[in-house]
Design a binder for this molecule. Sequence first.
Ligand code: RB5
Length: 142
Amino acid sequence: MQIAIAADHGGFELKEFLKAYYKNKVIEFVDLGTYSEESCDYPLIADKMAEYILAKKADAGVLICGTGIGISIAANRHKGIRAALLYSEQVAALAREHNDANVAVFGARTQDKNEVVKYLDIFLNTPFSNGERHCRRIAELG
Ligand code: RB5
C-alpha cells in the first residue's frame, strides 16, 4: 500500500516518527514534505497532497499540522478530497466506512503519538462500506 504523507513545520516531527514507525511494514510512505522544522504554510502542503491523491499516485494520504485544523480546511477545499481529522478509534473507522475519507489528518501539538498510530492503523485497514446511503451522500458533496 502506498501512502503519501505531508506536514507543515508543526507536524514535521510527527511525520518523521510515523515514517520510522512504519519502516519495513507493508506500508510505503511517499514523503511530500516539509523536510525541516523551518516555518512553512500549511495550505501549500495541503495543495500538494490533494494534487498527488487526485492524480491517483497514492492509495491514501496523511496530513499533519499543529492542530490538524488548518491543513484539514485547506485539503477539503479540493473536490474529491475527503480529509478527516481522526481523534478516536471509532472516528477512524467511521471516516472510512461512512465517508470514504482518502486523507487522515492529525494534530501534532494536540495528539499523542501512540494514539495517532492506533487511529492510523484503523484508518488504513478499514474499507468503505459501499452502502447506498453513504455513496449517495458522497456523490452529493459534488
Ligand atoms: C503553525 O504554527 C500552525 O498554525 C499550524 O500548524 C496549524 O496548527 C494550523 O491550523
